[in-house]
Write a protein that binds this ligand. Structure first.
Ligand code: ADP
Ligand code: G3P
Length: 614
């Protein structure tokens, strides 16, 4: 199929701008700073105390009015594509309120960290306080480009503009709540991984659209790579099996099919990066400062990085027949570091340092505080990714899982994870909504699934991009089996939610074989975890509790933690352990083990029935 030439698309920069201010950080009146009423003569008189109390009460009333206005404006804003904003429960009040020159100000000493979460379907910025509570935010979706079947692209400039819009929006939200932008000590970045961006190192302009991690256009190329001598030895070094998923195959495809990318490679001006590198480069102002870096959680997804050295490996690069002297690769740096990521060049946060960077799945593990070996989290976003902390040495899976870097913080040893990656999770829900017109929103698809008691015999193998872990079958495509005259939309909606739960079960089985340990509970997050039915089904299938935190923006929280640790907002991982623990929901297994086993067997039968279709 002929490649689409990259053209600059200013129209795409007018991204779907919807102000989804998703957090309302209520700020209470705190009276504990007052001197006790019974204080002797050294303290204020009763009249003075009364005056202070009255002025604080006024301040509180003003603040409440302001919060009410914000609440109203939040609810009246349109959601993107009919989608409800990501669920963030109202934060528990913590900050001190003061009155300065008649203005209500929230603790002028507050130490805040902004987190940029550049995901597959939306960009968002959340601003967290020291207690790990989001106090302000802004979110927007951006254009998904599907030029051909199996192709999936993003406009790199639109990714940047969506992020800068969210930064401005979140700061506006923050100041409307009485904080100052000066309270923001650092910025952390977390991002969709593997998605590949190439640009001209002289001009800073993209040379092609970003090829998204779900894109399967390089399937033929991957088959060729698998036949090369040495192919079997790659995974032991880089942790990933050859597939269309990692960045390497996307870059090779561009070099083969896009003349301007090949020309830049030939003349040494080709810059390559995953979305973290691209954002850091652009947010720093581009070629002028030329901050071109990546952290190991992202660099490990290229297949160019050695998991043990946490640097590029010449044997890996030469396997892909790339000349390292012709390509500008980002320097691999720590995930949390006060100096290496530069600072924001423009906007409301100009000068604020970027001090943390984590691929989104690693960030979610950090945000769920999966700091101990044996802890795991599963994030149900566009795709679904289960990460299991294995400690300070990588574990190479023999059961279809990936080895990856969990996080690599300055002054500490790197921590690794076993990963189970599922290509389609929330994107299946979006498919029912956008392509088949089943419902107006993702939540409504979830409600549709609740209109039926079971799947009615339907199994949906949601293999739009082949099947990832633990199957790694690339010649399968989305297939709905078991349809009869009895089948209703609800059954298909239910089967769509179940598909992710079955794959999670398969991943957990593989993880148990690789690690020799059974998981006791699964921490979950991500958009699709909003569906209670989905989470209950998950618990039923895996037979252990599924624990969903109240505040589900754990990916952004992880990026904030990485950034905050680098600048002393937090000094130690120990300090973070109690963050976001209150108010979690635990889904306990409710069905008999045998019933779950039978459902799962049907799923596996469906998978192997569909394999080999393409
Ligand atoms: N109530 C819900 N039920 C089922 N799926 C949902 C629900 N709410 C959101 N989703 C799905 O979650 C996904 C978005 O999750 P998110 O964590 O924001 O993803 P990403 O980081 O990949 O952009 C969407 O694909 C959406 O369809
Ligand atoms: O957009 P998400 O949250 O599904 O995450 C994308 C992953 O990083 C791809 O590996």
């Amino acid at each position: 199929m002929a490649p689409q030439e990259f053209t600059e698309r200013p129209d795409l920069n007018r991204a779907v701008e919807s102000e989804l201010s998703i957090v309302s950080g209520a700020t209470p009146l705190r009276t504990d700073s007052l001197a006790p009423a019974s204080a002797p003569h050294a303290g204020p008189s009763n009249q003075q105390i009364l005056d202070i109390l009255l002025s604080l009460q006024k301040a509180n009333e003003k603040l409440e009015q302001r919060l009410e206005k914000i609440e109203l404006s939040n609810t009246s804003k349109p959601a993107v594509n009919g989608e409800a904003p990501v669920a963030v429960e109202e934060t528990k009040p913590v900050e001190k309120v003061e009155e300065q020159n008649g203005e209500v100000v929230v603790d002028p000493e507050a130490e805040l960290v902004a987190a940029i979460d550049q995901g597959t379907t939306s960009s968002r910025v959340l601003i967290f306080n020291k207690s790990g509570q989001p106090v302000a935010s802004h979110q927007m979706e951006f254009t998904q480009i599907y030029p051909n079947s199996g192709w999936h692209e993003h406009d790199p400039l639109e990714l940047v503009s969506s992020v800068t819009t969210c930064l401005e929006g979140a700061v506006k939200d923050l100041t409307s709540k009485g904080y100052s932008a000066k309270n923001i000590k650092a910025v952390g970045i977390t991002n969709q991984r593997e998605t590949t961006v190439v640009w001209d190192s002289k001009t800073g302009q993209p040379l092609y659209n970003a090829i998204v991690w779900t894109d399967t256009r390089a399937a033929a190329l991957v088959r060729e790579l698998k036949a090369r001598p040495g192919a079997d030895a790659l995974q032991a070094k880089c942790g990933l099996p050859l597939s269309t998923y990692p960045s390497c195959s996307k870059l090779l495809w561009m070099l083969q099919h896009v003349p301007r990318v090949k020309a830049a490679y030939d003349n040494g001006t080709l810059a390559f990066g995953t979305v973290d590198s691209w954002l850091v480069y652009k947010l720093n102002g581009g070629p002028e400062r030329n901050v071109h870096v990546s952290d190991p959680t992202n660099a490990s997804r290229t297949m160019f990085m050695n998991l043990n050295t946490l640097d590029y490996d010449d044997s890996l690069i030469s396997f892909f027949q790339l000349d390292r002297s012709k390509i500008n690769l980002p320097k691999v740096v720590k995930s949390s570091d006060p100096t290496v990521y530069g600072s924001l060049a423009e906007g409301a946060l100009a000068g604020v340092p970027i001090t943390g960077c984590l691929g989104d799945q690693s960030a979610a593990l950090v945000g769920q505080k999966g700091f101990e070996p044996g802890l795991a989290k599963n994030t149900y976003g566009t795709g679904c990714f289960l990460l299991y902390n294995v400690g300070e040495k990588p574990v190479i899976s023999t059961h279809g899982l990936l080895a990856t870097v969990a996080y690599d913080f300055a002054g500490r040893k790197p921590v690794y994870a076993l990963e189970g990656s599922i290509a389609v999770a929330g994107s299946g829900v979006k498919f029912l909504m956008n392509n088949l017109g089943f419902a107006e929103s993702s939540a409504a698809v979830g409600e549709l699934a609740e209109t039926v008691d079971d799947n009615g015999g339907v199994v949906f193998v949601t293999a739009f991009s082949g099947l990832f872990a633990p199957y790694w079958i690339d010649d399968v495509r989305g297939t709905i089996l078991g349809v009869t005259q009895y089948t209703q939309k609800g059954h298909i909606a239910r089967a769509t939610l179940e598909a992710t739960c079955y794959q999670t079960k398969a991943i957990l089985d593989a993880m148990e074989k690789d690690s020799g340990k059974a998981l006791q509970a699964l921490a979950v997050d991500g958009g699709m975890s909003n569906s209670d039915l989905c989470m209950q089904t998950q618990s039923d299938l895996i037979g252990i509790p599924v624990v969903r935190p109240k505040m589900r923006e754990t990916t952004a929280l992880g990026a904030a933690i990485a950034a905050g640790l680098a600048v002393g907002v937090w000094n130690d991982i120990e300090e973070l352990k109690l963050i976001n623990t209150e108010g979690a929901t635990s889904f306990e297994p409710k069905i008999a083990k045998d019933a779950g086993k039978k459902m799962f067997e049907r799923w596996e039968k469906a998978v192997y029935t569909c394999a080999g279709f393409v």
